[in-house]
Write a protein that binds this ligand. Sequence first.
Ligand SMILES: CC(C)(COP(=O)(O)OP(=O)(O)OC[C@H]1O[C@@H](n2cnc3c(N)ncnc32)[C@H](O)[C@@H]1OP(=O)(O)O)[C@@H](O)C(=O)NCCC(=O)NCCS
Length: 153
Amino acid sequence: MIRYEAQEGQPSPEVLSELLSLHSQLFTGDTREALTEEIAGANGLYTLLAYDDQRLAGFKMGYRRKPGHFYSWLGGVLPDYRKQGIASELMQRQHHWCQQNGYRTIRTQTMNRWRTMLILNLRHGFDVIGVVATSGVATPGQEPKIVLEKKLI
Ligand SMILES: CC(C)(COP(=O)(O)OP(=O)(O)OC[C@H]1O[C@@H](n2cnc3c(N)ncnc32)[C@H](O)[C@@H]1OP(=O)(O)O)[C@@H](O)C(=O)NCCC(=O)NCCS
């Protein structure tokens, strides 16, 4: 049975350490230092956590970019726990909280390679609103970022 928890504002040191550890199991690229810095600098941070007993199995994290506008930044579910609806539940809870807290739009970014996430976003009401070259310049062979937005009102 998965237990869902939510944290508003900066995560406690224990949760931060669990999140960094889970993130490193799911993604390569961002260093712990870079993530810690972005988390520390984020205003209006909202984090959802999915636990299997004491084990963090999934998370979803975002923050306020400007008034009324939420950026859904990071999320993932451990391979052993996928296809049970955990990411969908995390997304629904995030959108509900955003609606209850005065947000009008949610934006997120993904890539073709995160296909399940892309499809999940589309299923949950996001529209593709743009594509951004990773390096700032469109380069053949470099995977662009797909920018998605959901209107809440
Ligand atoms: C993308 C990701 C978060 C999805 O997590 P998840 O918990 O497996 O997602 P859900 O279970 O809510 O939905 C995923 C699929 O499982 C299906 N599903 C949900 N419950 C199910 C069930 N009980 N039985 C069978 N399938 C089910 C969904 O219909 C969906 O199908 P699809 O793959 O055909 O679209 C996860 O795969 C992940 O962490 N991937 C790597 C990191 C990543 O891509 N992060 C996003 C970067 S932008």
